[in-house]
Write a protein that binds this ligand. Structure first.
Ligand code: ADP
Ligand code: TRP
Length: 331
């Protein structure tokens, strides 16, 4: 079973990234062959400042390692260190219907907001398909917001296989050069809410960032929106943003106790926020220490990424060669 995923280096990781995606990477690396990369080519569409992009890319690699990816086990690499992915993107683009990309959520959102839409944004799903198909991934752990991208990847792979592989059977998905991947979603953390109750996202400014400094982290937790139920009154845990986040951290027995406190009344939201802040520190402070240590040794990080790129290119090179043979740009 080969597991693959990537994170765009566009900012510090937040609880949504961790619980929705990266935590699964760490678990899954023990159950299969893991490929985890820093999606810096994808980030080019958002970050147009070389120093900033270089810094953020290293940052995601550090986050991966600090959160627990083991580079001896999993292949940890930078997307742009594998030029094969760009070549595959082009070939896939030649079988990708324009109409399919026109249905893309990110593209449609940008159009609706009258933002500038460039080729990179429009073609984003094709590069993502290339990321996944190049390494013959079976499973792709991602948050629910990536469902459409996984479907597009399957559609594009099917189209390529149907066009060039006589033995391909679209019903079973077998007999093609490209393997059809499945998304892997964790139901209870598929959408982690932000401080305002909407999906936690960098673009909504509602994030809680476990690697932020203590002061910032506290501020982020304290700004979680709650209703105006007075301290003495019973509170509804099921509509409370703090409780929704506590669910990610507490064991069932502890959570049941917290639930009782909500229902009984007499405890204010400030108390629950402080509990959440403690939980965040408890879980992430050790990881933050690891990150600080790794950050001080950029050469070691480079070595890890270079080794990852070498391993990724070995796998990707074979697949690309097969694709090129199939479509006639190589003998
Ligand atoms: P953002 O929305 O903050 O820009 P990204 O798009 O960079 O986050 O997401 C990186 C990974 O984290 C993706 O796999 C995505 O599905 C997951 N993810 C992001 N936000 C959440 C969330 N609120 N809940 C669950 N998963 C999330
Ligand atoms: N599009 C993903 C995101 O926004 C990042 C990504 C790029 C990715 N390529 C990928 C995720 C391949 C999984 C597999 O989060």
């Amino acid at each position: 079973m080969r597991i693959l995923s990537g994170v765009k280096p566009t900012g510090r990781p937040h609880l949504g990234n961790y619980f929705g995606a990266i935590q699964q990477f760490v678990d899954l690396q023990h159950r299969g062959e893991g490929y985890f990369f820093v999606a810096d080519l994808h980030a080019l569409d958002e970050i147009r400042d070389r120093e900033k992009l270089l810094g953020l890319s290293n940052g995601v690699a550090l986050d991966y390692l600090a959160f627990g990816l083991d580079p001896k086990r999993a292949v940890v690499f930078r997307q742009s260190d594998v030029p094969e992915v760009s070549e595959l993107q082009w070939i896939l683009g030649t079988v990708t219907p324009f109409a399919l990309l026109q249905r893309g959520h990110a593209y449609k959102d940008a159009l609706a907001k009258s933002e500038n839409v460039d080729f990179g944004l429009f073609a984003y799903p094709v590069l993502m398909a290339a990321d996944i198909l190049l390494y013959l991934a079976d499973g792709v752990p991602v948050g629910k917001d990536q469902t459409q991208h996984i479907e597009f990847t399957r559609d594009i792979a099917t189209k390529f296989n149907q066009t060039y592989c006589p033995d391909f059977d679209p019903h079973t998905g077998l007999g093609g050069v490209l393997k059809l991947p499945d998304g892997i979603y964790l139901e209870n953390t598929a959408v982690v809410p932000g401080t305002d109750g909407e999906k936690m996202s960098k673009s909504y400014g509602n994030t809680i960032e476990p690697f932020a400094d203590d002061k910032t982290l506290k501020k982020q937790v304290m700004r979680i929106v709650t209703d105006s139920t007075p301290l003495e009154a019973p509170k509804n845990p099921d509509t409370c943003n703090v409780y929704a986040l506590l669910k990610l951290f507490c064991e069932p027995a502890e959570l049941a106790g917290v639930r009782e406190q909500y229902l009984a009344g007499g405890v204010g939201y400030g108390h629950f926020k402080t509990l959440l802040l403690d939980k965040i520190h408890e879980k992430f402070d050790g990881m933050r220490e690891v990150r600080l240590r790794l950050e001080k040794d950029p050469a070691a990080l480079e070595d890890i990424l270079a080794d990852g790129a070498r391993r990724a290119r070995e796998t990707g090179g074979e697949l690309l060669a097969a694709v090129k043979r199939a479509c006639g740009v190589s003998r």
